[in-house]
Write a protein of this length. Structure first.
Length: 232
């Protein structure tokens, strides 16, 4: 990966046009061929980017300033998208070999929760049975795919702490899963959002979207919470 901190101007041309005037920004050239332009604040997302596959040509304009031309691979006879980065001044330029990334690994508690709920899905809802763990979708696997007593498909997303992002994630899964006729023969796929703690805003959003919320007792699932030790 190559990282530059530079004063630059960025112009995108493609399905639309976009212009970033001259300012100091972070430029990232990743080994997969992607190019990202970041500012210091506002969002974790880049201001502009080019997804792979694309090519980067480093040259100079008539005034002798460094200019990068990033060109995306066009589909069919379409005109390719281009990103032109005019660099006025470079403050930092370094390259780093990051190696192979092992990928995102779930928190140990969250992973164990998934294992326990896969063994005991009926703790989420009466009559619920497991179909498959890590059920695949085009945007990633949903934690558990289950069936209720009536045969309706139920997608379960599990978090240690239930927040709005988790509800949005399950919403996207449900949108895709409900396009599959094999899953909807007994009615639409419904969702259960399961967590040890669910934030009030997340609960409101989930219930507004018809998603059931389930607060999970981790100790009880592990068999560590003995009801005979309780006063109430």
């Amino acid at each position: 990966m190559r990282i530059l901190v530079a004063r630059c101007q960025v112009d995108y041309a493609g399905r639309l046009s976009a212009h970033l005037p001259m300012a100091t920004r972070v430029l990232m050239l990743k080994s997969d061929g992607s190019v990202l332009v970041h500012s210091d604040g506002g969002s974790y997302k880049p201001l502009n980017w080019m997804s792979p596959p694309c090519s980067v040509v480093e040259g100079s304009n008539d005034e002798g300033q460094i200019e990068w031309t990033v060109t995306a691979k066009a589909k069919g006879s379409a005109q390719p998208d281009t990103l032109r980065i005019l660099i006025e001044e470079i403050h930092h330029d370094s390259s780093h070999e990051l190696g192979i990334d092992p990928g995102l690994q779930k928190d140990g508690v969250e992973k164990h929760l998934q294992e326990l709920l896969a063994e005991h899905p009926a703790t989420l809802a009466d009559g619920l049975t497991l179909v498959r763990r890590e059920y695949p979708t085009a945007i990633g696997p949903v934690d558990l795919m289950c069936r209720d007593a009536g045969g309706q498909s139920v997608a379960v997303e599990i978090k240690r702490r239930g927040e709005i992002d988790g509800v949005e994630q399950l919403t996207r899964y449900l949108e895709l899963l409900n396009r599959d006729p094999l899953l909807t023969s007994k009615g639409g796929v419904r969702g259960i959002f399961a967590a040890q703690e669910i934030k009030p805003q997340a609960r409101v959003l989930a219930e507004d979207r018809g998603i059931q919320c389930a607060v999970v007792d981790y100790d009880a699932l592990r068999g560590l919470d003995d009801p005979t030790d309780r006063l109430f």
